[in-house]
Design a protein around this ligand. Structure first.
Ligand code: CA
Length: 571
């Protein structure tokens, strides 16, 4: 059928000569292209051209009532009668724990005018669009990991892991530790997870269809489903993303099959706030966080984000902090600097938040990982991570989504061993005992990757021998014009007599991503490192031999800085 339609359209175009009908047809086509372009721009969250329209559920707003008004003052059954006309909106739901209401207004209205009107209402403290958050998994392209493998053409001496084997000699976790996975839900019936799934005893042993624990959620046995994708209050995973996170944190260990989580024993709570499409809302995020805290979850694992900030989200995390929980969040997958362009929740400035970057098998921060000398805290494995998926499947996936659960898992492991630690003491412990990696230098606050063993013995990990910052170095002066000119093609050479290996220090690097590239080529003519995008300051990959060729190619100029190399470290 679609083919028929297409040929009909072609026929229409060829047969009808230049007349009004064709003109109209072309105008519609043009408009539809424009519409697609707008959608792409918004979903990529890169362009701020439509700055008043934030990525949110159309027509939905989250409003906080002023302290003198409480959602509890209003009869939940009659909320609309009491408040609907005052707010000029339909009250969709109330979140009493946060004193928030979710309301719906006409979709055609601009966000700006709706926010303005709601904010001016005497009942309202603030109003925000019901923002959309997205899971931070990369497209599941099996070749993606292989491409990374191809780019890592120099075999690094760094073969990194989180040192879990030695950690398991100390502890394998505890059934007392509740970890909330705020994600797409969990396949809680999976045999390799089943024993580690948290259950709400009152609902499990209660009556079906009755809110046995009177928390506003009927039959919330394994957690809740605040996004409403699937059965009510049932956090069953229809995506795979949350189940992958669950496996990393607490796949049942030592049971003879499947994978093993960081914790052999733990209690995993499912908060299904992402739809199967990978999208969640502000409303559902606040509900999930408050629910997890109310049920005693200590570790909150968050593999999702948005470049839009929200007060309601901040306040929910603040409540989790006050309750003594730790909030671990994926740093994002755009390869950008979170210090300059914050992503939420990872960049929220509340002390219990830990922001996690992704590391590959060779100890390098992956090219897709966001970073931030001030706002990203720690690294963890996040490239080609093998784990559970939906419907009993297993899958290798990449993303900071996969890295955050490693930190959540280690946090739970350490806390199960030392339950007296406060959330901030635990955070300090994880950061201070992380394994230093050259690739995380000036890319994170700790410069390190999470290490379960050193966290448990509470000792600092020895320095990274492969961090060129610890080697001898000579000054070098190689740089482009700032900004660099269009269609630049330049080649430089660095020679360090007697060196077995060299790493170049870029004091600053900023080029048009994927278009304008620096290639570092070794003595044998092999490309050892391709560098592109906004990378700040860093040491290059370790290049074998005493000579490195630096090749820079640019197409049309984009007013970027270019780069500046100031040192060659060698050994
Ligand atoms: Ca209940």
């Amino acid at each position: 059928m679609p083919q028929l339609n297409l040929s009909h359209r072609v026929q229409q175009q060829t047969m009808i000569s230049f007349n009004l009908v064709r003109f109209a047809f072309r105008s519609i086509k043009l408009l539809s292209h424009l519409f697609v372009a707008i959608l792409i721009a918004l979903s990529a969250s890169t362009l701020q051209a439509f700055d008043q329209e934030r990525d949110a559920v159309p027509g939905e707003y989250v409003i906080k009532l002023k302290p003198m008004f409480s959602t509890l003052d209003f009869n939940p059954q009659k909320l609309n009668v009491q408040l609907g006309s005052v707010l000029g909106a339909f009250v969709k739901s109330a979140l009493p724990s946060a004193n928030l209401l979710v309301v719906q207004r006409a979709v055609v209205e601009t966000q700006k005018s709706a926010i303005q009107e709601l904010s001016n209402n005497p009942l309202v403290e603030y109003a925000e669009p019901n923002l959309i958050y997205r899971s931070l998994k990369l497209p599941n392209d099996p070749d993606f990991a292989r491409q990374w493998g191809l780019k890592n053409s120099i075999v690094s001496q760094n073969s990194v892991d989180i040192d879990i084997e030695r950690a398991w000699d100390i502890t394998t976790g505890s059934e007392e530790m509740i970890v909330a996975i705020i994600d797409s839900g969990i396949d809680y019936n999976r045999p390799d997870l089943r024993a580690n799934i948290w259950t709400n005893e009152l609902e499990l042993n209660g009556k079906p269809g009755v809110d046995d624990d009177q928390n506003g959620y009927v039959d919330d046995i394994y957690g809740i489903n605040p996004i409403g994708d699937g059965s009510i209050n049932n956090p069953h995973d229809n995506s795979g993303h949350g189940t992958h996170c669950a496996g990393t944190i607490g796949g049942v260990g030592d049971n003879g099959h499947g994978i093993t989580g960081v914790n052999w024993k733990v209690k995993i709570m499912g908060l299904k706030f992402l739809r199967s499409t990978g999208e969640g809302t502000l409303e559902a995020a606040v509900k999930a966080i408050d629910y997890a805290v109310s049920k005693g979850a200590k570790v909150l694992s968050n593999s999702w984000g948005s470049y839009e900030s929200s007060l309601a989200l901040e306040e929910a995390i603040e409540r989790a902090h006050k309750a003594g929980a730790i909030f671990i969040a994926a740093a994002g997958n755009d390869g950008t600097n979170n210090d300059e362009k914050p992503i939420y929740p990872a960049s929220i400035d509340i002390p219990n938040v830990i922001s996690v970057a992704a590391i590959n098998q060779n100890g390098e921060m992956s090219g897709f990982s966001n970073w931030g000398a001030k706002t990203v805290d720690i690294g963890a494995p996040g490239v080609s991570i093998y784990g559970f998926w939906k419907n009993g499947e297993t899958k290798s996936v990449s993303g900071t989504s996969m890295a955050a659960p490693f930190v959540s898992g280690v946090a739970a492991l350490v806390w199960s061993h030392e339950p007296q630690l406060t959330n901030l003491e635990l955070k300090e412990r994880l950061l201070r005992t992380s394994r230093p990696l050259g690739s995380l230098r000036e890319k994170s606050t700790s410069y390190g990757m999470v290490n379960a063993y050193y966290a448990l013995i509470n000792e600092q990990h020895p320095p990274d021998p492969n961090d060129p910052a610890n080697w001898e170095s000579i000054p070098v002066s190689i740089e482009t014009d700032h900004p660099y000119a269009s269609y630049t093609k330049k080649t430089f050479e660095v020679h360090v007599p007697g060196a077995k290996e060299i790493s170049l220090y870029f004091e600053h690097f900023d080029t048009e991503k994927q278009m304008d590239e620096v290639k570092l080529i070794n003595k044998e003519g092999r490309i050892s490192h391709n560098i592109s995008g906004s990378r700040g300051r860093f040491y290059s990959r370790i290049i074998k031999g005493d000579t490195v060729k630096v090749e820079f190619k640019a197409d049309a100029s984009v007013e970027s800085y270019g780069f500046k190399i100031t040192k060659a470290a060698y050994r």
